[in-house]
Design a protein around this ligand. Structure first.
Ligand code: ATP
Length: 229
């Protein structure tokens, strides 16, 4: 049987229910043997710190991704948190990441890269984006506020040509697009950071609905995102 591998990359600052649900949905629909959660390295243009648009230290994002991974109960799927990007000295392009994973999984594996619709509609700004399809399928979850109708004509053409149902992605190794048009979770890490910055939550406060409880407790223990003033 063909090996089916999904890669889900992100800043994961923090890892939230949107990430968890997206990963679980595609793992089930694609019957993934392996799901790789891939926290991004430190973006060179952003400094560490507590500001809304600054990215938390990689060690925190990795720890929260691991706590998120532990929430995924997927009998068919081995969930792996990969540190490749975090350990790399400089940020890498997704196309290079996928080329490296293609080498690891072999030419016969079905390899899928998971993302939200906000990423698909701006795909034409990504480095060498047409080459992504040489290595992997793209699995795209709808996201409130990001209509595929807003995609540039070049991306719309790829969507029209490559969109396929889930079983087709197992039968092919790369090059297709799977759209989850029903996925509609209005959650973003930016919004979560903004809400937490305003809050004065204490260590025993209940987790908000958009965060798994262990991640919430991690955030409180490490005073992430909260204003110190
Ligand atoms: P930020 O608000 O800081 O940009 P984010 O919530 O988009 O963060 P990321 O870690 O940047 O989180 O996202 C990783 C991946 O998860 C991206 O492909 C993004 O599109 C997707 N994603 C995150 N939240 C959702 C959501 N609610 N619905 C669909 N896709 C999502």
């Amino acid at each position: 049987m063909t090996l089916r591998v999904g890669i889900f990359g992100g800043t994961f600052d923090p890892f939230h229910h949107g990430h968890l649900t997206l990963a679980a949905d595609f793992a089930k629909r694609l019957h993934l043997n392996q799901l790789i959660l891939l926290p991004a390295g430190q973006p060179w243009q952003k400094a560490h710190g507590a500001g809304l648009n600054q990215v938390s230290a990689a060690s925190h994002r990795l720890a929260m991704t691991r706590l998120g991974a532990a929430q995924l109960k997927l009998p068919e799927t081995e969930v792996i948190v990969a540190t490749d990007e975090i350990e790399r000295a400089s940020p890498s392009y997704t196309v290079d990441t996928l080329a490296a994973w293609r080498k690891k999984v072999g030419a016969h594996a079905s390899l899928s890269f998971l993302m939200g619709a906000d990423q698909l509609i701006r795909l034409d700004s990504w480095h060498q984006w047409p080459r992504l399809f040489d290595y992997a399928h793209l699995c795209v979850a709808a996201r409130p506020g990001f209509s595929l109708a807003a995609a540039a004509p070049v991306i719309a053409a790829e969507i029209a040509q490559r969109t396929a149902p889930a079983p087709a992605l197992s039968q092919h190794t790369h090059g297709l697009i799977l759209l989850d048009t029903e996925f509609a979770l209005e959650i973003s890490a930016t919004q979560i950071r903004a809400q937490l910055r305003e809050s004065r939550a204490t260590l025993n406060a209940a987790a908000p609905p958009f965060l798994p409880a262990p991640i919430w407790h991690y955030i409180l223990q490490h005073h992430l995102y909260q204003s110190t003033s």
